[in-house]
Structure formats: structure tokens, C-alpha cells
Design a protein around this ligand. Structure first.
Ligand SMILES: NC(=O)c1ccc[n+]([C@@H]2O[C@H](COP(=O)([O-])OP(=O)(O)OC[C@H]3O[C@@H](n4cnc5c(N)ncnc54)[C@H](O)[C@@H]3O)[C@@H](O)[C@H]2O)c1
Length: 595
């Protein structure tokens, strides 16, 4: 029979602790909520009442249930109040010496059979446990932020945690409506080990002015369907907490440079810019603790001013006949631009025409597009097999095969054919845009327009500026994206731009974690979906994207940045060699023939 937890203690009522109190009290468990001082206790109480009041206002919690929930919580200063609880969850700041001190004290205060749990994100549960005389009753219960919302709990067992304690805690997680994954004691466990390299990299992009905070966040939200961008997430986590987690992971996790905290994080912590909880981090908030972002000096100026210098675009050439070209033709035609499609022959043009028509018809069937609009869109497309028909367009979007020699030859031809001042854009996802630009005599007019697949659906376009791209060209690219109803984010000309540079190393890390037998593909997928709100787990996504494509992107990133942590996972290489490419070949990380 699993142990019955009737009363639990929570130590530390900050970002996590207050949420953990709410989780227990919502599920009928009495809670003793402990802080270090009266002031801190009041702050903790305010977080709890703020959160439950919001739940009532949103209709997610009845008033009576809120009152019952709050009546289950007793607030106290000092650990002595925890003498009779069955379980304690500690959620104080991420410092080993502090946690060890608290555990030694809890060991003294709590009854002998009580389980002592830490919510640490990165510290060694084992090292914390040895500060007590009962390391077999010490365990990690790692909740995710915000604790009342996120479904995942990582249960961390050390080599001495007893099996019945693990089983009791797993049963408790179920009672709390959580999904648990049980794992051993390794820096960052599953989710943070995969998340923090990515967050740190994103901060590095911001620090080096590679892209703005809004563009980095928009890219990951719209390009990957994440619930928040990385910088907004850093603000939610708290920059002090994030710094400590990175620092610990760097030291405990093999000194991977990707975990060495980007210097800006420490500077911001020193300056008191801790994120939401202090009212200011990467963004500025209405007041401390508020989720509402308010404009500040970094907020982009109103779009009209930003678009100053943009050229008027009416007629657009699209070169290519593959998936991307087809989608891009549809997007421009639907948005009211006159389109000249150039393919390598009438047969290809007929195929593209069919594909565009079929896609537009789907829109009609789904009631998203009127028949007249469909016909008007198709009527705006002119089909050609020669680049000469691009002599009078205002913008060319190239979407031919991903080979530098082919793209360079094409841009040299466009340079001869197109009128002066035309914007020449490439949709390359991995080649340096500057190489393509330098094949022309007008590199200032060349820009990357990286659409995502499927182009008619995905709301994001990465606008890639080279060191020769003019401000007017970028402004035109921005205006075009706005005209298409897409969000354009501007970034520098580096391998992977924003999205792939942040996404693929994370996917590669997941493969390395699987390879190291730390966890299973199912649990890793669960952890990222339920702990971080990702729409797909890394192995699901790798199978959809294709393992060969993922490996090629990861190789490019590794070759450009020479970052040892970016070296492709050997398991990924082996699967590709074995022909396990993901869904398209029937098997990748999972067998798709039997599903
Ligand atoms: N922030 C996150 O997103 C997140 C997610 C999961 C786990 N964690 C982990 O949870 C723990 C807490 O992090 P946080 O972000 O909530 O920190 P926080 O700074 O928001 O809150 C910590 C709280 O602990 C209190 N405290 C400090 N010393 C204390 C003591 N001796 N006795 C009682 N209370 C004390 C502080 O007053 C503060 O309210 C850390 O181990 C962190 O790694 C954080």
C-alpha cells in the first residue's frame, strides 16, 4: 500500500515553491508553507492568492474551492513548523550549501519516517541527501514552471533512495494529476539538460546583437510552435535561478562550453534584473510578478517608421518548382501580388500549377477561401520557362536546389536580366547568403527570405541580412513579409539563422541523451511536451523532419562554429547510414510501419 501523504511541507515560497503549495492544496493535501522571514512569507502568500484569484477570474476554479484550497495552507516562518508532516519539498535558491544546511535542519526537525524532497533543477540530489542521516528517504521531485499548469514531474532517485520511497512519490504524483518520469541523478535531469543549452545560446544571440529579443522569441514561437520564446522563458524562470542552473550544469555536466553562462546573464542578475519576479529582465513588466509586458526603450518602433525606405513591390518572380517554390508562389498570389513563376520547362510548370490549384482548392473546401478569390489568385500567376520574363519584376525569390554552384549561377543570371533596384532573395536554409550575393554586382540588394515548410501555413519568415545588405533592402523584405501576413524576423547571415541554430543542437542533445541510456525516447518526448509545453517531443520531431536532413543541418552548424558540443551524435549518423530516416522511410527513432 502506498504511503498516505496527508500533510506536506514546502520550504521557500518563491517562483516555484508558491506554485507547489497550490498543487498540493488543490488536491486536498494539507500544506505547511515555510519561509525565511515574515516579509518573504507575505510575498509567498501574495503569489499564491494572486494565482488562485486569477484561476477564479478565468472561471477555472470555483470561489468555494479557492477558499477550501487556501484553508488547507498554514504559513509559518522557520523549519520548526514542519515537525509532523509526511513529506517536505524544498524550493529555496539553487545553492548547494544552502540546500545542504536546510536538509540537515529538516533531518533534525522532521519525524523519522518523513520523506525529504528537493525541487533542485541541477544540483546533485545525492550531495544534498548526505547532509541528512536518512539519505535513503531523500529524493528529487522536480516540478516545472508554472507548477500548477505544467503536467510533468521528474522524480529523481539517487543510488541510495529506497524503492518504496520512489514508489510512494510516484503514486503521489499521480494523485496530484501529474505525469512523472523517474530518472537517476544527473545534472539537469532530462528537460533542463536539453533546455538550458538552448536558452543560453539564445541569450548569446541577443548579447551579440545577432537579432532583437522580439525577433528571437517570435522565431522560436512561430517557427517551432513553442509556447514562449527563450528570452521570455528566461524571464519566467528568473535570471538568478537560470544562472545558477547553468553554472551547476557547466561544472557537473562535463564543462560543456554551451552551459557556461553567457556573461550578460550575470550582469543582469547583478543589476537586479531578475525577470518577471523583479519586474524587469529581458523585457519590462507592468510590476514585479506581473506577466504583462510593457513597452520600454528596446521595444521596436511602430512599423511604419521601421519600414521607411521600403520599395513598393507589385510583381514578384519565383524561381524553382519544388515544395518551397510551390508554397511561395501560392502565398504571393493569394496575398495579391502578381507572380511570374519560372521553372525549367512546361512540364514542371504544369506540375506546380496543379499543386497550387489543389492547395487553393483545399482552402475553398475548408471554407477559408472563396472560389472567386481562388480564381483571382490563380489568374495572378504567369508561367514561364525562361528567366528573361523576370526583366520587369520588383522582387525575385529563388527556391531552387540547395547547391551553392547552382544558386550562384542563377544569381549571376538574375543580375544581368533584372532591372536595377530589384530585391533578389534566396530561400536557402543552410548556405551563406553572402556567397550568393557576391555572385552579383549588386550585393546590397540581396537578402535571405527563409520561408518555413509548408509556406502557406507557417507564419514565420527569417529575413537574413548579409554584411553587404542595405537597410532599404531589409526594409523592403520586412514590408513584403507584412504584406504576406507573415512575421518577418531579421537576423545575421550565420549557419542555421535563428530557428535551426537553436533547434537542431537541442535535438542532437536529445539523441546523445538516448545514446547514453539516461532515459527512453518516450520519456524524453514526454518530458519536453509536458514539462516545457513543446508541441512535439524531440524524437517525434526528428522522425518528421527526417534524420538525414537533421544530420546535414547539424553538420553545417558544427562546421561553421566548431563548437565541440555541436558534433553530430554518433547514433544519428548510424541511423542515417542504416537508412532509418524517419517517417519517410518507415523507420527512424520509431517504427512507423506498425502505427
Ligand atoms: N524557476 C524555475 O523555473 C524553476 C523550475 C523548477 C525548479 N526550480 C528550482 O526550484 C528551486 C527554487 O527556485 P525559485 O526559482 O523558486 O527561486 P526563488 O528565488 O523564486 O524562490 C526561493 C525562495 O526561497 C526562500 N528562501 C531562501 N532561503 C530560505 C530558507 N532558509 N528557508 C526558507 N525559505 C528560504 C526565498 O525567500 C525565496 O522566496 C531551485 O532549486 C530551482 O532550481 C526552479
Amino acid at each position: 500500500m502506498a504511503r498516505d501523504f496527508t500533510s506536506v511541507g514546502v520550504v521557500g515560497l518563491g517562483t516555484m515553491g508558491a506554485g507547489i503549495v497550490e498543487v498540493f492544496a488543490r488536491n486536498g493535501v494539507d500544506v505547511v508553507a515555510v519561509e525565511i522571514s515574515e516579509d518573504a512569507l507575505e510575498r509567498g502568500r501574495a503569489i499564491l492568492t494572486g494565482s488562485t484569484d486569477r484561476a477564479v477570474a478565468k472561471g477555472k476554479l470555483a470561489e468555494a474551492d479557492r477558499d477550501a484550497l487556501l484553508s488547507r495552507v498554514r504559513f509559518a516562518v522557520g523549519l520548526d513548523a514542519l515537525h509532523s508532516v509526511d513529506l517536505v519539498v524544498e524550493a529555496v535558491p539553487e545553492h548547494l550549501d544552502l540546500k545542504q544546511r536546510i536538509f540537515a535542519e529538516l533531518d533534525r526537525v522532521c519525524k523519522p519516517e518523513a520523506i525529504l524532497a528537493t525541487n533542485t533543477s541541477s544540483l546533485s540530489v545525492t550531495e544534498i541527501s548526505v547532509a541528512t542521516s536518512r539519505p535513503n528517504q531523500v529524493i528529487g521531485i522536480h516540478f516545472f514552471n508554472p507548477a500548477p499548469v505544467m503536467k510533468l514531474v521528474e522524480v529523481v532517485r539517487t543510488v541510495v533512495t529506497s524503492a518504496d520511497v520512489v514508489a510512494d512519490v510516484e503514486a503521489l504524483c499521480k494523485r496530484l494529476g501529474k505525469v512523472d518520469v523517474t530518472i537517476s541523478d544527473r545534472a539537469g535531469f532530462i528537460a533542463n539538460a536539453l533546455l538550458f543549452g538552448y536558452l543560453n545560446h539564445a541569450v548569446g544571440m541577443f548579447e551579440s546583437h545577432y537579432a532583437t529579443r522580439e525577433d528571437i522569441d517570435a522565431a522560436m514561437k512561430l517557427g517551432c510552435g513553442l509556447p514562449m520564446g527563450p528570452l521570455a522563458l528566461m524571464d519566467l524562470i528568473g535570471l538568478d535561478t537560470a544562472y545558477e542552473i547553468l553554472d551547476t550544469m557547466y561544472r557537473r555536466g562535463g564543462r560543456d562550453r554551451r552551459h557556461a553562462p553567457v556573461p550578460l546573464i550575470k550582469q543582469m542578475v547583478t543589476a537586479g534584473l531578475l525577470g518577471r519576479k523583479s519586474g524587469r529582465g529581458f523585457y519590462t513588466y507592468e510590476r514585479p510578478g506581473s506577466p504583462v509586458v510593457v513597452p520600454d526603450e528596446q521595444t521596436p518602433v511602430a512599423s511604419e517608421a521601421a519600414l521607411g525606405g521600403a520599395a513598393a513591390i507589385a510583381k514578384v518572380g519565383v524561381v524553382g518548382s519544388g515544395t518551397m517554390a510551390t508554397g511561395i508562389i501560392e502565398v504571393f498570389a493569394k496575398a495579391g501580388y502578381e507572380v511570374v513563376s519560372v521553372t525549367r520547362g512546361a512540364e514542371k510548370s504544369a506540375k506546380v500549377f496543379e499543386a497550387v490549384r489543389t492547395s487553393l482548392n483545399k482552402g475553398v473546401v475548408r471554407g477559408k477561401l472563396g472560389e472567386a478569390d481562388r480564381d483571382a489568385a490563380l489568374g495572378r500567376i504567369n508561367w514561364s520557362a525562361t528567366l528573361d520574363h523576370l526583366a520587369d519584376v520588383d522582387l525575385v525569390v529563388e527556391a531552387v536546389v540547395e547547391e551553392l554552384s547552382v544558386k550562384k549561377a542563377l544569381f549571376a543570371s538574375l543580375d544581368e536580366i533584372c532591372k536595377p533596384g530589384v530585391v533578389l532573395a534566396t530561400t536557402t536554409s543552410s548556405l551563406p547568403v553572402i556567397d550568393v550575393a557576391m555572385a552579383t554586382q549588386r550585393p546590397a540588394d540581396v537578402v535571405g527570405l527563409h520561408f518555413f515548410n509548408p509556406a502557406p501555413v507557417m507564419p514565420l519568415v527569417e529575413i537574413v541580412e548579409t554584411i553587404r545588405t542595405s537597410a532599404e533592402t531589409t526594409a523592403t523584405a520586412r514590408a513584403v513579409c507584412a504584406g504576406l501576413g507573415k512575421t518577418g524576423v531579421v537576423c545575421g547571415d550565420r549557419s542555421g539563422f535563428i530557428v535551426n541554430a537553436l533547434l537542431f543542437p537541442y535535438l542532437n542533445d536529445a539523441v546523445k541523451m538516448l545514446e547514453a541510456s539516461y532515459s527512453t525516447a518516450d520519456d524524453i518526448d514526454h518530458a519536453m511536451k509536458l514539462g516545457c509545453g513543446y508541441p512535439m517531443g524531440p524524437f517525434e520531431l526528428l522522425d518528421v523532419v527526417g534524420l538525414d536532413v537533421s544530420l546535414a543541418i547539424q553538420r553545417e552548424l558544427y562546421l561553421e562554429l566548431r563548437e565541440p558540443g555541436f558534433a553530430p551524435a554518433p547514433l544519428l549518423e548510424h541511423l542515417v547510414t542504416a537508412g532509418y530516416l524517419g517517417r519517410k522511410s518507415g523507420r527512424g527513432f520509431r517504427d512507423h510501419t506498425r502505427r
